[in-house]
Design a protein around this ligand. Structure first.
Ligand code: LMR
Length: 400
């Protein structure tokens, strides 16, 4: 009965790692998936995460019972505070409902399913380009996906005029996906002034903001600064959805720990929304896993551990910034044709190099460098040792 099934292509991002794993060359380098690596090219478990895990293991009162459908209550409260701010009036007024979900993807999917069932507009606008999983998540949830202009290849920066025009002509009430910070894949964010203009335009047209916050702390190194875009929308009293992931900022990739918060007009609406979120979650995966959320809650509620986390996060963000500078310098030293200043201007984990798919294929074939075909490289996968190799490959690809 399954013999007619055709083989599906690998995922454009996770498939890069599969191809990398098959390569036996000692010079191979994986700059595909956005996962932090140390200077030695190794995955990193934060010290503060190890400490939290030790505390959890030593606590004999902990059991492995099911969490509730909405997850660990402490984790949800602390996650809302982390993204909305400790003194957020929306939290104080009980207007926010937060549910623990399976990292960023799961939070987006639960939010999308909720909107598809209960929101009057089925159209969501996503930036062009955006993370490759976004259109799939929203389409499968039953929303109709349209895009708005975001990136300008000519300036390798924001196409702000195009963005305003497209959101300005979106139908009233449409949902708009916004990257809270460190836009993936471009590394290009609006300035605070531009965010304010976007907010005003969206509110005047009744557009519903759905933030994807996958890199809080990775753009500027400061958790509060990176949450500013979200907080501006929450401050005006209107509705906001936000999906949070702890994959990158706590290095909890495989723990699948994240949260969906929906900011409502009042406490009564928020509690009714939560009751409906439970109906979305229960048939999907019943209730979320306990371990990752316990790690996060342990860190967020302890002042010293929280402080240590911010230092470790800043160290990761700073190492990525050093990689940007080193790559830029290495290309300049080689006299590689073109303006590469966007490498140091873009922020977050990724550089959107501007290399095309043929150049990427050449770099993979000749230099064993693995990256997504849109020319995105994960700066977090780079080290001082591997920068010269990447610069040689880019130089050769551009000079062909
Ligand atoms: C990425 O864009 O590389 C990350 O968000 C990982 C993923 O799941 O795609």
């Amino acid at each position: 009965v399954f013999s007619h099934i055709v083989r599906a292509p690998e995922d454009p991002i996770l498939g890069v790692t599969i191809a990398y794993n098959k390569d036996s060359s000692p010079m191979k380098l994986n700059l595909g998936v956005g996962a932090y690596r140390t200077e030695e090219g190794k995955p990193l478990v934060l010290n503060v995460v190890r400490q939290a895990e030790q505390l959890l293991v030593n606590d004999r009162s902990r059991v492995k019972e099911y969490l509730s459908i909405t997850g660990l209550a402490d984790f949800n409260k602390l996650s809302a505070k982390l993204i909305l701010g400790a003194d957020s009036p929306a939290i104080q007024e009980n207007r926010v409902t937060t549910v623990q979900c399976l990292s960023g993807t799961g939070s987006l999917r639960v939010g999308a399913d909720f909107l598809a069932r209960h929101y009057h507009q089925r159209t969501i606008y996503i930036p062009q380009p955006t993370w490759g999983n976004h259109p799939k998540i929203f389409t499968l949830a039953g929303l109709s996906v349209k895009s708005y202009r975001y990136y300008d290849p000519a300036t390798r920066g924001l196409n702000f005029q195009g963005l305003l025009e497209d959101l300005g002509s979106a139908p009233s009430g449409a949902i708009v996906l916004l990257h809270a910070c460190a836009h993936n894949p471009t590394g290009v964010d609006p300035t605070i002034d531009q965010w304010e203009q976007i907010r005003r335009l969206m509110r005047s047209r009744g557009l519903l903001p759905f933030f994807d916050s996958a890199y809080q702390g990775f753009a500027s190194g400061s958790l509060d600064t990176d949450a500013q875009s979200v907080r501006m929308f929450v401050a005006d009293g209107g509705e906001v959805l936000v999906a949070q992931s702890y994959a990158k900022n706590m290095g909890l990739y495989g723990e699948r720990v994240g949260a969906l918060s929906i900011v409502c007009r009042n406490a009564d609406v928020a509690s009714r929304v939560e009751s409906q979120l439970k109906l979305v979650i229960r048939p999907m995966y019943s209730n979320p896993p306990i371990h990752g959320a316990s790690i996060v809650a342990t860190i967020l509620k302890d002042r010293n551990m929280y402080h240590e986390w911010t230092l470790e996060l800043k160290a990761m963000a700073d190492r990525i910034i050093r990689m940007r500078q080193q790559l830029f310098d290495a290309l300049r030293a080689r006299g590689t044709p073109g303006d590469w200043s966007h490498i140091i201007k873009q922020i977050g984990m990724f550089t959107f190099t501007g290399l095309n798919s043929e150049q990427v294929a050449f770099m993979t074939k000749e230099y064993h460098i693995y990256m997504t075909s849109d020319g995105r490289i994960s700066m977090a996968g780079l080290s001082s040792r591997t920068v010269p190799h990447l610069a040689d490959a880019i130089h050769a690809a551009v000079a062909r």
